[in-house]
Design a binder for this molecule. Structure first.
Ligand SMILES: [Zn+2]
Length: 348
């Protein structure tokens, strides 16, 4: 059953469909994109402010009807299984992308400077052509600028003590204005407030030449970000390898990006190149000798990124890459600890 309701994360008017038997609701939110929440209290532990920005920065929009990806709090293992089915042409569950509190909280920028960099990159991504203004609804604006839309009610005598409540719209707008003025005074953007409508104040923002320069700098700067792209052969036969690599990267304090979890085709796309540029370093497993992995390694090296190579002992390496210092592994179980140590030794 489809109906319009308020998005539980950001408050936008949203299309939902529910499967009450499974305690599952699917949302098509104009701000957060496609996502699914399972369980009665799916949001009880989550920081709504972090989650709303996370979804806006990673959203899957269904504008072209070919988007099968969606965020979900379904367990990782089940997501992997559904995705494997999807790759084989079974679209019963689409292409789920797992999210949980740890993923959301470790992504969320900690410092003001990190927020500013993330905001500029996101405006850059949302701008189709140079010099264009982008339009942001009130809800999009709060998510983009990391403005808290919820706060815990801490008034002891109130009925909602300890619960998440909406902040005053004026407070949110004042905070947005503060960041907008900073970005404008730095020469990065200009902006106009739109007409205040029934769903709140909206905003027009435009990236200026200094903003583009800053975006270039951020993208080239290898010290930016906490993510690491992993290039390898994807498929059901390499799941243990994938998880071992993920563990090695996570244990070192970084976020592993597997491109098949964020895009659903095998081509070298602008999105893939963007993920390589955004990564602090790249991990390549050359066991299966696929061209994609070689290409991604070359592209990353061209950008001056550190590349960590892995390979199964039984594989004969291509001459050009054989001389690089490579972690040769016998079993997947060897990988996490060695990879974590290598990251700590060469990246941190
Ligand atoms: Zn939403």
């Amino acid at each position: 059953m489809q109906q319009a309701t308020k998005c539980p994360v950001c408050g936008s008017v949203t299309e939902t469909s529910s499967n009450f038997g499974m305690n599952t609701v699917f949302y098509e939110c104009p701000t957060c994109g496609r996502f699914e929440l399972r369980g009665y209290n799916a949001l009880s532990k989550c920081d709504r402010n972090h989650l709303s920005s996370y979804l806006f920065y990673h959203r899957f929009k269904s504008d072209d009807y070919t988007e099968y990806r969606y965020h979900t709090n379904l367990e990782k293992e089940t997501c992997d299984q559904y995705r494997a089915e999807f790759e084989q042409g079974n679209n019963t569950h689409g292409h789920p992308v797992h999210m949980d509190e740890d993923i959301v909280n470790s992504w969320f920028p900690r410092s003001f400077a990190e927020k500013v960099d993330d905001i500029l990159l996101r405006i850059f991504q949302l701008t189709p052509h140079m010099g264009q203004q982008i339009h942001l609804s009130y809800e999009e604006m709060l998510s983009l600028f990391f403005i808290d839309r919820k706060e815990r009610d801490m008034v002891l005598s109130s009925k909602t003590y300890g619960q998440w409540c909406d902040r005053e719209e004026d407070d949110c707008i004042n905070e947005t204005q503060f960041i907008l003025e900073f970005l404008n005074n730095s020469g990065y953007i200009d902006f106009n407030w739109g007409i205040k409508g029934s769903v709140g104040q909206n905003l027009f923002v435009r990236l200026l030449p200094s903003g583009y320069s800053r975006v270039d700098e951020i993208q080239k700067n290898t010290s930016y970000g906490r993510s690491a792209l992993v290039a390898m052969k994807f498929g059901s036969d390499t799941i243990p390898l994938r998880e071992s690599i993920r563990k090695g990267i996570t244990d070192a304090g970084y976020i592993a990006i597997f491109i098949d979890e964020v895009q659903h085709n095998d081509f070298i796309t602008p999105e893939l190149l963007k993920h390589i540029r955004d990564s602090k370093f790249v991990v390549v497993d050359l066991t299966h000798q696929n061209n994609g992995a070689y290409f991604e390694e070359g592209y990353a090296m061209g950008l001056g990124k550190q590349v960590i190579q892995l390979c199964n002992e039984d594989t004969h390496l291509h001459f050009d890459v054989a001389q690089k210092n490579t972690i040769m592994w016998k079993e997947e179980a060897d990988i996490p600890e060695r990879l974590t140590n290598r990251i700590k030794a060469t990246i941190d």
